[in-house]
Design a protein around this ligand. Structure first.
Ligand code: XMP
Length: 507
């Protein structure tokens, strides 16, 4: 069954995927298409509503992106956001002017609660503005529905023609009631019924992957992280055992992690290959103490190990990647750059893939987790914390040995178990084996063991963090268990540094 569709016409705005995501959250399927899409193509999609995105241009610039004015005459409700508002104004004969006072950030906005767009809201709102032009004269037939101190037309609507415009961005969190506004547009103007779910997303991607790869094989580098795991589950649903998942165990995984990954994916409808490459990686980092050198050596070995396995299946196969939307932004919006993830980046040129499959490319992280849960992946896999590609190798300060890896695995497992048991609030937590020895006493014996550091942080974006204020009772339990249960560690310290100045990882 075809879902109701909202068409998002892209005029270069940085928030287009966020708009698509909000529309999905409100239960409506959306597609992002170029702003200059033809009327016939729009009619073929038969959308219930159209949203014009923002964009960095001035509508009066020759090269600024435009659309056919007929888009506004189809009888389909249209919402123009920021540049989209200015473009609607320009096309319909209003006036756009440079601001005397540009507005950036959260701005107090007075809205008209009797309007369709602001229905159900108080007149005092906070919205996110980011503009240097504004609409000084509304097109004929529009009534003003919002203003700020410096922007007389912060929103307007023409109910008869079902056209709506906002200078601010309703799709961002900083517009406090943006979701209500978008819901009003979708449900009260476009007649949305909320017929779209994440299950529909999965069905569409399954169909798209089948159409893209035909009867060819697909190779996926599975790291055990959320994105590649969800990608594997989705591709398995689409093409079953024509999917080959190659998991490289570099020996720096956490306790029981490889066993769990083998258990989950070994029982799925796909070909799962676990390459035990611990010896190769340990040989690469033997004697290396400098953090960047460790990362470089592990990063260089990874594609070699992957290649040695992939080449057995690679004949005209597709390469799958668990790229998600934030990766697309990082690698340059719009580009088709293959994500330079450590497990596929740097593949030798003689592997000729038929193409790249990226079924999660339009999703945000929390949506990927939802897809994973719907596909039946275990909760600890879909809610997995970030884990660095080089794994525990960068959580052992100084030289890496098998013994140190075993000690760190045990200490880390204790820390994770106790934090989870106590239900502490932290977004990432792990143990670090420092290179410092200290003197201790056990029974009547002097010991000279390693100092283990505990790290637990609260963060939304992992770009900055605060250390998590773990209760002393939990810290005491972790310390007692590690020093009693893990040979070689006789002292435990807790890292109370924020980022900046520290980083989350120690190396
Ligand atoms: P830092 O240490 O830079 O870490 O504050 C920020 C976040 O990134 C994770 N991290 C990595 N993730 N490969 C990854 O995939 C890496 O090499 C890597 N290094 C750090 C780190 O765990 C934290 O969540």
């Amino acid at each position: 069954m075809k879902n109701q569709t909202v068409l998002i016409l892209d005029f270069g705005g940085q928030y287009k995927q966020l708009i698509a995501r909000r529309v999905r959250e409100l239960g409506v399927y959306s597609e992002i298409k170029p702003g200059a899409m033809s009327i016939d193509e729009i009619k073929a999609i038969d959308p219930i509503g159209i949203i014009f995105t923002g964009g960095p241009n001035s509508v009066y610039a020759d090269a600024s992106p435009k659309c056919d004015k007929e888009v506004l005459e189809l009888g389909i409700p249209v919402l123009g956001i920021c540049y989209g508002m200015q473009l609607m104004t320009y096309l319909l004969g209003g006036t756009v002017t440079s601001c005397t006072f540009s507005e950036y950030g959260r701005i107090d906005t007075a809205v008209e609660p009797d309007s369709l767009f602001f229905c159900g809201l108080d007149s005092d709102q906070v919205t996110l503005m980011s503009h240097t032009d504004y609409v000084s004269v509304l097109p004929e037939g529009f009534v003003n529905t919002a203003h700020t101190r410096n922007c007389p037309n912060a929103a307007a609507e023409n109910l008869e023609k079902k056209l709506f415009m906002t200078q601010f961005h309703p799709e961002v969190e900083n517009t406090r009631n943006g979701m209500t506004m978008l819901r009003n547009f979708l449900y009260n103007a476009c007649g949305a019924t909320g017929d779209y779910t994440m299950e529909d997303y999965i069905d569409r991607q399954v169909a798209a992957v089948r159409a893209q790869v035909g009867n060819k094989k697909v190779i996926l580098g599975l790291s055990g992280g959320v994105d590649s795991s969800v990608c594997a589950a989705l591709l398995s649903k689409a093409i079953g055992d024509r999917l080959v998942c190659i998991y490289v165990d570099h020996g720096f995984m956490r306790k029981n992690e490889t066993a769990q990954i083998c258990d989950v994916f070994g029982n799925m409808d796909l070909q799962f290959v676990c390459v035990h490459a611990e010896d190769r990686f340990l040989a690469q980092v033997a004697g290396v103490t400098e953090p960047e050198e460790k990362r470089k050596r592990i990063g260089a070995e990874f594609p070699k190990v992957f290649y040695d396995e992939a080449v057995k299946y690679a004949d005209a196969a597709f390469l799958a990647q668990g790229t998600i939307y934030p990766d697309v932004i990082e690698s340059g919006e719009g580009g088709d750059v293959i994500k330079s993830h450590h497990n596929v980046g740097g593949l030798p040129k003689d592997i000729q893939f038929a193409g790249v499959v990226e079924p999660l490319r339009g999703l945000f992280k929390d949506e990927v987790r939802k897809v994973g849960a719907l596909l039946g992946l275990p909760a600890n896999l879909v809610n997995r914390q970030p884990f660095p590609g080089p794994g525990l190798a960068i959580r052992i300060v100084g030289e890496i040995t098998r013994e140190k890896l075993d000690s760190l695995r045990d200490a880390d497992a204790i820390l994770r178990a106790e934090i989870e048991k106590a239900g502490c609030k932290a977004d990432q937590y792990f143990a670090v084996l420092t290179n410092t020895h200290s003197v201790g006493v056990m029974g009547d014996h002097r010991t000279y063991g390693y100092v283990c550091a505990l790290r637990a942080v609260c963060t939304n974006d992992f770009m900055t963090c605060e250390y998590a204020h773990l209760p002393h009772a939990v810290l005491a339990k972790i310390s007692s268990r590690i020093t009693n249960e893990v040979p070689g560690i006789n002292r435990v310290v807790f890292d109370i540094t924020d980022k900046p100045p520290a980083t989350i990882e120690w190396e």
